[in-house]
Design a protein around this ligand. Structure first.
Ligand SMILES: Cc1cc2nc3c(=O)[nH]c(=O)nc-3n(C[C@H](O)[C@H](O)[C@H](O)COP(=O)(O)O)c2cc1C
Length: 194
């Protein structure tokens, strides 16, 4: 599997992606999740209360979407994506699975489940994938800061702890200095949705 993963840009460490899943009654869902590649294994660790976790347990499947739009990260973290943001992929094995229409590439995986008290670990096996665009992209500190702020925003929603609000505010200056229009839009969406 390592050759396929490299070609999707999924490298050793934690890769921030949007995971799409579907419920048993076929409703698509999207959420940012850290995709962990470590010592030849590929896993995700998802909190048990999330829709993503329920859907993975119910279907045994997930799709990893490689996305570089900060607004999509924030929307999928803090609200439900509109149905038209998804497309359904017929894999040829009878599986019809949602991916994000705007992704740069996606991979559908079979998920082997290991349940825990707080979170569930899913070990992933490649089924099929598609690389849609191979643009090169320098590091943008504003983009990275939006990702950090979005993580704290999801924690604030769960724990309602004001410390997370201070952390979110601490990224404002770097987003204004280094981010482009999308990063600034994503950051104001975080503040609007909290
Ligand atoms: C960049 C980023 C990475 C995240 N990584 C994870 C993760 O690895 N596991 C997890 O359970 N939640 C993670 N989250 C939080 C979920 O995306 C968030 O709780 C989301 O609302 C879950 O949505 P759902 O209930 O539709 O599945 C992450 C959030 C962000 C912004």
């Amino acid at each position: 599997m390592s050759i396929e993963l490299d070609s999707y840009g999924i490298m050793e460490g934690i890769n921030e992606v949007i995971v799409t899943t579907k419920s048993i009654d076929d409703r698509p869902n999207a959420a940012p999740i850290g995709l962990i590649r470590h010592c030849g294994r590929l896993t995700v660790r998802v909190f048990n209360e999330s829709h993503t976790c329920t859907n993975i347990k119910d279907t045994g499947l997930l799709a990893v979407n490689i996305v570089d739009d900060p607004v999509v990260f924030v929307q999928s973290a803090l609200e439900d994506l509109d149905k038209e943001k998804f497309e359904f992929i017929e894999t040829g094995t009878g599986i019809n699975f949602p991916v994000l229409a705007s992704s740069n590439g996606w991979v559908i995986f079979k998920a082997g489940i290991k349940e825990g008290n707080i979170a569930t670990i899913a070990e992933l096996q490649f089924i099929t994938g598609n690389i849609k665009s191979m643009g090169i992209r320098p590091v943008n500190r504003g983009f990275n800061a939006v990702i950090e702020a979005a993580i704290y925003a999801t924690r604030y929603k769960v724990f309602n702890d004001e410390t997370f609000l201070f952390k979110i505010k601490s990224y404002k200056d770097v987003i204004n200095k280094c981010g482009g229009r999308s990063e600034k839009e994503a950051y104001s969406l975080i503040n609007k949705l909290l």
